[in-house]
Design a protein around this ligand. Structure first.
Ligand SMILES: Nc1ncnc2c1ncn2[C@@H]1O[C@H](COP(=O)(O)OP(=O)(O)O)[C@@H](O)[C@H]1O
Ligand SMILES: [Mg+2]
Length: 133
């Protein structure tokens, strides 16, 4: 099994998530979600990958921002649909489905925020940790 494609370039990371931000999540699973998003962005030809966070009363949002070419119309049509979503040869189209499953298991979600010639942004949402609730 090929784990990385030789064509894939390593992007630069622009991590703007405050180091002190805390979320209630399974570290490995969240890592997996970020890995799936990062890999997709690399495969699309992203040069710089950004991450920003917003801490709200009810939820935390994490935006994963790339400067790739944006989603093709076909990818956009079947995004988050198992096996149908892939536009890559050898792609399963499961990466975003799995990411959504993991986010929903946390009580959160993932959504496409925007995509165009300037790049693509996915938004992850996690419910805020409730104290004593
Ligand atoms: N950041 C991105 N930029 C451009 N296209 C993307 C991006 N993320 C996903 N895609 C498109 O969405 C499709 C589905 O992604 P995914 O569910 O991870 O399946 P796979 O990676 O196996 O194709 C990809 O094949 C690709 O066409
Ligand atoms: Mg993928």
């Amino acid at each position: 099994m090929l784990l990385a494609e030789p064509r894939e370039k390593r992007p630069r990371w622009r991590n703007e998530v405050p180091a002190e931000l805390e979320v209630n999540a399974d570290r490995e699973q969240l890592f997996r979600v970020l890995g799936n998003l990062g890999r997709n962005a690399c495969q699309a030809g992203t040069a710089t990958l950004g991450a920003t966070a917003e801490d709200n009363a009810e939820s935390v949002t994490l935006d994963i921002i790339d400067d790739g070419p944006g989603l093709t119309p076909r990818a956009r049509e079947s995004l988050f649909q198992p096996f149908a979503g892939s536009t890559r040869t050898g792609g399963s189209g499961l990466g975003l489905v799995i990411a959504r499953d993991i986010m929903r298991a946390h009580g959160g979600d993932i959504a496409l925020l925007r995509s165009g010639e300037g790049g693509t942004t996915f938004r992850l949402t996690l419910p805020r940790r409730r104290r004593g609730g």
